[in-house]
Design a binder for this molecule. Structure first.
Ligand SMILES: [Zn+2]
Ligand SMILES: [Zn+2]
Ligand SMILES: [Zn+2]
Length: 255
């Protein structure tokens, strides 16, 4: 299984428009962060988690030729406003789109034109919205499991794909979700900044949670412009690293 970070930035993206802070003006490419999204390749299948505003650019950069399904974590703009660019992947057949019932409802509402089928000649993505519940699903021999997490007071979906779990926009993990995160090789957790925030983990909170869950390797994502990649890398525990756009991780699966 191959996991690629398409984007690792918070909702503004980094650099932030009009900002001249040291991170936004940094020459280190690790400090350029598009909106958070993850690409997973497994046995000839390709999936993405979330499609933010830069999805087209991210897909081109990753050389994406094929897409077999999209998994949405929640309905915030930075996670789904690239949805129209799924058009190219749904020309011949409709593209399966998985998410919690409420997330799919919001997609239908906000992107009503996609489902109205009144546009002559197409020009809209063809999406098959499929609710994913606590049983998850099995594709290509891999168990894919939604993991309920807190994003402020609301519950959204993280996802576990076999040995890897992705929990972006996370400010807490219900006790009932912890058993879903046992025995991970790789765990990605959102960490906005050093200071605490009502709807996102801080760096310290994310690190504590990763250490509690104890995966082999932890990564931080969804970071804001207060975080400089290199200085953060230097002060994290040895098995935790800040992710960056384009980072690719190979995971060996037990047969
Ligand atoms: Zn977000
Ligand atoms: Zn800045
Ligand atoms: Zn969010």
């Amino acid at each position: 299984m191959e996991v690629t970070f398409l984007g690792t930035g918070t909702s503004h993206g980094i650099p932030v428009i009009g900002c001249d802070c040291p991170v936004c003006t940094s020459a280190d490419p690790h400090n350029n962060r598009m909106r958070s999204s993850l690409l997973i390749r497994h046995r000839g299948l390709t999936w993405v988690i979330d499609t933010g505003q830069e999805f087209r650019l991210q897909a081109i950069r990753a050389g994406l030729q094929q897409l077999d399904a999209v998994f949405y974590t929640h309905d915030h703009a930075d996670h789904m406003f690239g949805i129209d660019d799924l058009r190219i992947f749904s020309c011949r057949r409709s593209l399966p789109v998985y998410g919690a019932q409420e997330t799919l409802l919001q997609i239908r509402k906000r992107f009503a034109y996609i489902f109205a089928s009144t546009i002559p000649g197409g020009g809209v993505p063809s999406l098959e919205l499929i609710p994913i519940d606590e049983h998850g699903l099995s594709i290509g021999g891999l168990q894919i499991q939604p993991v309920p997490i807190y994003h402020g007071t609301r519950l959204i979906n993280g996802y576990r794909f076999g040995p890897m779990a992705y929990l972006t926009d996370c400010s807490g993990i219900p006790e009932s979700s912890l058993p879903l995160l046992e025995g991970l090789d790789m765990l990605v957790v959102g960490a906005l900044r050093e200071r605490e925030h009502p709807t996102h983990f801080s760096i310290g909170q994310a690190v504590d949670m990763i250490q509690r869950i104890a995966p082999v390797q932890g990564y931080l994502t969804h970071m804001c412009h207060e975080i400089d990649h290199e200085s953060l890398s230097g002060r994290l525990p040895p098995n935790i690293a800040p992710a960056y756009d384009g980072l690719c991780v190979n995971l060996t699966l037990e047969e």
